[in-house]
Design a binder for this molecule. Sequence first.
Ligand SMILES: [Zn+2]
Length: 112
Amino acid sequence: MSTEEVVCERCGGTGTVMISDHRDVCPECLGLGILNQEKTVEPLSKSKSSIKRFVEWVIGALLVFYGIFFYLLIAYHLDPTDMIIILLVGHTVAFGSIVLYLLLGSVYRATG
Ligand SMILES: [Zn+2]
């Protein structure tokens, strides 16, 4: 886990701010003038990587699905109607779960 130090926006790196009519220690950086950006940066990159992981998982599931589909195709000689239904259901589940995951993620971010 990497941490990045950035100049505090509240005090502009001075470590002090004007509160009422006197200078006080910046409550944001506690007088350091710099902020550890780990807390603000991590949640975003974490949610991005979890979406990426989820999409990779769905793609993996789709590959398994194709494997099963072609196995059924060869082993049971499916008729075209069954093939279309199986493919439609498979893709609807795969892309539907991605859309659902993204929707739930944005709802979670909006409320949390
Ligand atoms: Zn500050």
